[in-house]
Structure formats: structure tokens, C-alpha cells
Design a binder for this molecule. Sequence first.
Ligand code: G3I
Length: 374
Amino acid sequence: MMRHLALLAVLSAGSLAAPLLRGTPGTLKEAFAPHFHVGAALNTEILTVADHPARALVTRHFSSITAANAMKWGPFNPEPGVYVTEPADALLTLAEAHGMQVIGHTLFWHQQTPRWVFQDVQGGPISREALLERMRERVRLLAKRYGERVHLWDVVNEAIEDDGSLRKSAWHRILGADFVPEAFRIAGEELPASVQLIYNDYSMFLPGRRDAVVTMVRDLQARGLRIDGVGMQGHWGLDFPRIEDAEAAIVAFAATGVRVHITELDVDVLPRSPDMFGADLNKRAQISPENNPYTDGLPTEIQEKLARRYAEIFALFVRHADKIDRVTFWGVTDGDSWLNGFPVRGRTNHPLLFDRANQPKPALEAVIGVAAGK
Ligand code: G3I
């Protein structure tokens, strides 16, 4: 495959790209149909601009779509009684027009949740009972508006730290260790029984978080609360995590009896300091020529490395396809990736399968080649 990739990279860089792209075999969703759904997260522009150029890629390659922001508490319900439903509605319209599955992201997260959620009318801290009621109102409204049309909800996002301890968020301050079980209780009671309920987090290959999530799933099950799956975000890099560490997490989650979802896959190609892994949005660094080296495009050698990395990642997923329901990319093209702004603002990153001109990268062919057993 290597010789093939090298040739592909050279051709893609030049004017011969067009004939080559016509030869790109199949689509992601067809290639992986025997194994799992392949999804993408869509930003609000892609959702609301009908002739957005990335739309054609979405409908051609993906069988599952997630709103990158539109369904989160803040964007959806920024003030009490104020609902911004257009981008979320557009997600459902697009999905239903093209037979794609809709993923609800996310019911409860410590980011992008408005401050008012945790406050009473005087601006003081809300009581435990009032917060639980507010959580229930949110889920009830979403259940009424979207019901079974949303296939799955990320019920809780990122409630556990790298070391396995509970994140000290506003949720934790008010609800303590009951946050996760109460969230799943409310979701299980308010959403239709067919809607899948999952827990979602990043850096799941870290033993501390992995083991804490396994314990959390077993605790929910012991309480008789429904949890159908675990979402491993997959904000990974060219050299991390080790495949065996990601594999250990997939195996550990599946051993609890739930399904595994790869929910937010991308491969960062830019330099990162060792303390900058994961997706902790509080961690930021300053831009410099050293940490932003590919402003004019990805050199062939890195393009090939990215393709090889994606191939080994998908080989892992295919090996465990009996445990995995879905692999979702966090974005469609390099231009719309959150990694252009994290952990350093304003960089030019290249973490996805399609470039800034909406063209397939060598990594697309490498990934499809894995499905074809090449
Ligand atoms: O919509 C506003 C716009 O009105 C305003 O002018 C602009 C100015 O900054 O901000 C816009 O909101 C931004 C929003 O993305 C939409 O573009 C927010 O500032 C920005 O913080 C937000 O970033 C999102 C991030 O979550 C923050 O929570 C990313 O798009 C989104 O991809 C990212 O996704 C998260 C997952 O939900 C959970 N896992 C990690 C993943 C990556 O951080």
C-alpha cells in the first residue's frame, strides 16, 4: 500500500489531481456498511447554508450526522424560554432527506451550558431539586420536539478527569456524585425507549479515565438505569494514542455489555506540547511559526503519514467491528475543524479526510482501502 500512497500523494499535489479523484473508490458509508455507520459532525454553517460546498461530501460519504454545536444547551436554549431551533431542525431535515442517522450531542456538558442553568432568579446558586427539574424540562422538550427521530443522545459529556476522578464542574458542585446517574435516569424516563443513551468522553485510552468509565457503566447498570453505549471521542494524533491502548479501552467498554461509538475522530498533525492532549478547552497556547508549520499545505511525507495513521486506526475499528456501532469524524473538511483553533488559536491544521478545497486526501483512499481489505 505504501508505494500506492506515495504515488497518490504526489499526484494529489499537482494538476493531475482531478482524474485521480474520479478514480477514488466508493464512499465511506458504502465501504463500512458491513461494519459500522460512518458519521460527521456538522457546524452551523454547513447546517444552515443549503448550497454549502461541504454538503455534497456529507450526503455522499456519511450515514450518520451530529451537530457540532446546535443541540448543546447554550446554543439551543441560550436564555430561559428562548430556543434557537433552526440549526438543529436543519440537521434533522438534512438527515431525513438522505437517510442518515441523527446523533444528539449533547444533553449535559460543563461547557456551552449557560450560567443561568445553575442560578435561581436572584442569581444565587440553584437548589439540587430545581436543577434536576431544569434538566428534566430540557430532555422533555427535546423528546417532544425530536423524539425517535434522534437515534442516540450523548447523555453526559466529559464528566470524568484524566485520573478517573469526577470533574469538579457546576454539575458536580450542585449534584455531587449523583450527576451522572440522575442524568441517565432523566434521559431514560423522558426519551423514547428506542433512543440510545451513551456516555461520551475524550482520552479514553488513559487507564484512569477508562477504568472510571467502566466502573460508572457498571454502577448505572447496578442501579437499573439504562446505558446503551460509551462514546470514545477520538481526538488523536499522528503518534498517540498507541493502538493497543485504544484497543484496551474498546475491549474494556464492550466487556460491560454496552456498544462502543467512536464519536469525535480527528488526527492532529500539528506539534503539541505534552500537556496539551485531550480536549480540555481551558488549555491554550500561543501561535508561533514552530507550532504552525503547514500554512501552505501538508508536505507529502506528512500526508502519507496521516494516511498510514488513519489506516491503522480503521484497521483497529474493523477488528472490533462486532463491538462498534459508529465512527464519527469531528468535522467534514480541514477548514471546518475545531483543531484550527485548539489548543492554539489561528493555526492551519489538516486532521480530516477532506482538504480545505473539499477534495479527498490520500487518507480517504487509505481508509476505504482498509474496508476493502487492502
Ligand atoms: O456561535 C458563536 C458566534 O456567534 C460568535 O461570534 C463566535 C465568536 O467566538 O463564537 C461562536 O461560537 C463558537 C462555536 O464553537 C461555534 O463556532 C464558540 O466560540 C466556540 O467555543 C465553539 O467551539 C466548539 C467547542 O466544542 C466549544 O465547546 C466547537 O465548535 C466544537 O467543535 C467543540 O466540540 C467539542 C465537543 O462538543 C465535545 N468534545 C470536544 C469537542 C472539541 O472541543
